[in-house]
Design a protein around this ligand. Structure first.
Ligand code: DX5
Ligand code: ZN
Length: 216
């Protein structure tokens, strides 16, 4: 059976109340806490880094799924490990030596994820898939919450799922109750959503619907 992992993106939360927002999401059924790290260089936006993860860590037992939209991700492995990140997901486009980076992430005791932007072909991931804990197929151009889901990215999810039946395949960007079925049918099982969860009247219902659709 496919196991769904629902990962609210805290980018849509009230950053002034980050710890409470994390606990609220876990209480409403979230599996992962998706932390969007942006450096103003790899993407045209600036968010948070390891110091904030470090401050947050004592306040939540939640799984900190850190999505690093940064140039030179190698530079931050040690800091995120000592801050208490559970998963370090870097962008394929941002590194010259993905194999070495995956090894370093694992050596530091974190799970390793690799993300690909919408324009990056999925076959770049294949040589690394057996050593990865998660692959993130972006469904918007990284940088901002609240953009529209790109259904054309689903062929990449299908191709990846057909080759790697047990891999955790994450989708991120514009996921909502109107497109979750397309993503789930393509083979995604780790669902990131910011706007559609945080702006919902009942975030718990949206989380439950995502889970039910993935596990159907
Ligand atoms: C975009 C981030 C996403 C974003 C998702 O660059 O990686 O995690 O917060 O937000 P929504 O669900 O609003 O598209
Ligand atoms: Zn993200």
């Amino acid at each position: 059976m496919v196991v769904a992992k629902i990962a609210p993106s805290l980018l849509s939360s009230d950053f002034a109340r980050l710890a409470e927002e994390c606990e609220r999401m876990l209480a409403l059924g979230a599996d992962y806490l998706h932390m969007d790290v942006m450096d103003g260089h790899f993407v045209p936006n600036l968010t948070l880094g390891a110091p904030i993860i470090k401050c947050l860590r004592p306040h939540t037992k939640g799984f900190l799924d850190c999505h690093l939209m940064v140039s030179n991700p190698e530079q931050w492995v040690d800091d995120f490990a000592s801050a208490g990140a559970d998963l370090f997901c870097f962008h394929y486009e941002a590194t010259k030596d993905a194999a070495a980076l995956i090894d370093r992430i694992h050596a530091k005791g974190m799970m390793a994820g690799m993300a690909v932007k919408p324009g990056t072909p999925i076959d770049v991931v294949y040589p690394f898939a057996s050593t990865l804990d998660q692959v993130l197929v972006m469904t918007v151009e990284p940088g901002f919450g609240g953009q529209s889901f790109m259904p054309e990215c689903m062929q990449k999810v299908r191709d990846l799922r057909s080759r790697f039946p047990d891999l955790d395949i994450q989708v991120d960007g514009g996921l909502d109750p109107g497109n979750i079925e397309v993503a789930a049918k393509a083979g995604a099982n780790v669902i990131v959503a910011g706007s559609s969860i945080f702006k919902a009247q009942s975030p718990a219902d949206v989380i439950a619907l995502f889970r039910k659709t993935v596990e159907a």
